[in-house]
Design a protein around this ligand. Sequence first.
Ligand code: ADE
Length: 257
Amino acid sequence: MSTIGILAALHDEIATLLTAMGPDVVTHRIGQRDYHVGMLSGRKCVLVLARVGKVAAAATAVTLIREFKASVVVFTGLAGAVADHVRVGDVVVAKSLLQHDLDARPLFAQYEVPLLGRSYFDADARLAALLAQCANEYLNEDLPNQISAVTRNSFGVDKPAVHSGTIISGDVFVSDTAAVAALRKDLPDALCVEMEGAAVAQICYEYGVPCGVLRTISDRADCTAGIDFGAFLAQVASFYSAGILRRFLGCYVGELQ
Ligand code: ADE
């Protein structure tokens, strides 16, 4: 049976999925991370907290692939909106990912990963389509029952939508109106910004492992970005990640069953 590697960027996202794995989980501690091996929706999964930032996420992705033979890597977490039409409470599924803070000019073009000759790393198209479908189903069918209207309103979550496109990553929490405006201008295709996805996509590219990245929008990456981050994660985003992933695992049929 193939193994699905599930990376989560933040602690609250792991907790619900770990509970759903039941009592038969085996936990391996490697490089100060706990890799939880068990079954989720009938699929063999390895669930791990990637921690924050590109180095942390890349190291975790390598371990999933090398030590646990993950044949697919799926990454969930939060992101700040960059595109005007992306709103708090929306979901973004990556079609491609880029490191917005990578700049080895004049030796290489801005954003280009030296020696790989590319800036954008594609998510697996089949995984992306399935994640988007499951996110839409989650928002339409589960969200109204899981998160009260009062809570949704308190975070300004209103008729959330699913977007597919470019996610940009860098080792910086963007919480400045001028900084997010600069990203919008320099990378007009960017839907949202986070701190890990493009690093995981690069590792998956290098190892030839299909990769899917899904982000819940927690903020507008401006001066209000840090205010409700923890509360949003605990009260909204952790439900999204678990709900969407459970749907995804329920209908995902891997190559090597
Ligand atoms: N993750 C969630 N919000 C973010 C932001 N504003 N910048 C970077 N990563 C994020």
